[in-house]
Write a protein that binds this ligand. Structure first.
Ligand SMILES: Nc1ncnc2c1ncn2[C@@H]1O[C@H](COP(=O)(O)OP(=O)(O)OP(=O)(O)O)[C@@H](O)[C@H]1O
Ligand SMILES: [Mg+2]
Length: 197
């Protein structure tokens, strides 16, 4: 029997790997990710994109967000759902959006009802991840937030394109997959792209 690392062990190793990247490496990754995304039809055509604000060594999407806002694409950010436990809401994000820190110390738009955007208003959802494999499986931070929020997606005929965003060092040979894990439609790293549509 092979001794495969548990999801918890994998998370620990992979999170450390991305935290070990230097500022220069992070900056180069951010720029390269924008270039990669700019070559993807789903991104180019998208009118509304959900992004995230980087935390714990995740790729910084500031150049992507700036590009979107300058080229007329609407941007949303995730906000912890105040009522439905471990679900996310997506809210409009512009240069003037008032922000607050959530319980994970991550900045999020202040919860204003008019700013809430339905999932199906998005063309692309950029998802952070801790690990991925070439089959499009995604390992997150372990809260199940994206899995719960996007659970409907695997059944929906047409929904936003789910793009996992990662550093190259987040790739593993084969992830242990759970039945509730929502796979990616696409995974993008600074130097590669995988499509599963
Ligand atoms: N659709 C769902 N309905 C109910 N519980 C769920 C669902 N999706 C995930 N969970 C629960 O959430 C927990 C964490 O899931 P998992 O380990 O896959 O998180 P993750 O994918 O790493 O995190 P995230 O989705 O926030 O990036 C699991 O214990 C699982 O039971
Ligand atoms: Mg999962």
């Amino acid at each position: 029997m092979t001794d495969q690392p548990s999801r918890g062990q994998l998370r620990q190793v992979l999170r450390q790997a991305r935290r070990n990247l230097t500022g220069d490496q992070q900056q180069a990754a951010s720029q390269a990710l924008l270039e990669q995304l700019s070559r993807q039809e789903a991104f180019v055509q998208a009118k509304r994109i959900a992004a995230y604000l980087a935390n714990d060594g995740e790729p910084n999407l500031t150049p992507v967000i700036n590009f979107c806002q300058q080229s007329g694409k609407a941007v949303s950010l995730p906000v912890l759902h105040p009522l439905t436990k471990k679900h996310l809401l997506f809210l409009d994000y512009t240069a003037t959006t008032p922000m607050r820190l959530n319980r994970f110390n991550i900045a999020e738009p202040e919860l204003v009802c008019q700013a809430i955007r339905r999932l199906d208003e998005h063309d692309v959802i950029l998802m952070p991840l801790v690990g991925f494999d070439a089959a499009g499986n995604r390992l997150g931070m372990g809260g199940g937030f994206y899995d719960r929020t996007l659970a409907y997606h695997s059944k929906a005929a047409k929904g936003p394109t789910l793009i996992g965003v990662a550093h190259s060092c987040q790739e593993v040979e084969q992830l242990p997959v759970a039945p509730w894990d929502v796979p990616c439609d696409m995974i993008v790293t600074p130097d590669n792209i995988w499509r599963y549509e």
